[in-house]
Design a protein around this ligand. Structure first.
Ligand code: HEC
Length: 115
């Protein structure tokens, strides 16, 4: 009986740990000045590989039309952890998860509109 309880608890814990957190559930407010910095980083740093207008360069284009079919959670993880064996670097040392979630939302909307 105890063993059954242990296994059930183990699976529940694994499920909770492994289930992806929805973007909106964990997102925190990003201050307006930090938002400005993030847009600057997107244009300058990401733009150095993905093109200043994000239309593509060394890295693929990141315009809303290019990203629309891709899950926001996947985009967030790619930005946080990079893509191994490619030029796409991990940004976790510089950006936290909330900032990347916010950036992904802005990228899906397009940074040319309204900023
Ligand atoms: C040093 C160059 C470089 C920089 C800087 C860079 N990237 Fe990338 N990125 C790449 C390359 C190359 C790929 C494609 C890797 C591959 O072959 O899958 C990529 C892939 C991606 C992808 C996956 C796109 C897709 O449709 O598969 C996203 C999203 C992305 N980058 C976002 C960003 C963001 C946001 C930043 C800035 C915070 C950034 N990148 C900075 C080179 C870069």
């Amino acid at each position: 009986m105890q063993a059954v309880f242990f296994v059930v608890t183990l699976f529940l814990t694994l499920f909770l740990v492994l289930s992806p957190t929805p973007l909106h559930a964990q997102e925190k407010e990003i201050s307006p000045s930090r938002q400005g910095e993030l847009i600057h980083l997107l244009k300058q740093d990401c733009g150095s590989c993905h093109g200043l207008t994000l239309a593509g360069g060394l890295g693929p284009p990141l315009l809303p039309a290019d990203l629309s079919g891709k899950p926001p959670e996947w985009l967030r993880d790619v930005i946080l952890d990079g893509i191994p064996n490619t030029a796409m670097p991990p940004w976790r040392p510089i950006l936290n998860e909330d900032e990347v979630a916010w950036l992904v939302k802005r990228m899906l909307r397009g940074i040319r509109h309204g900023q």
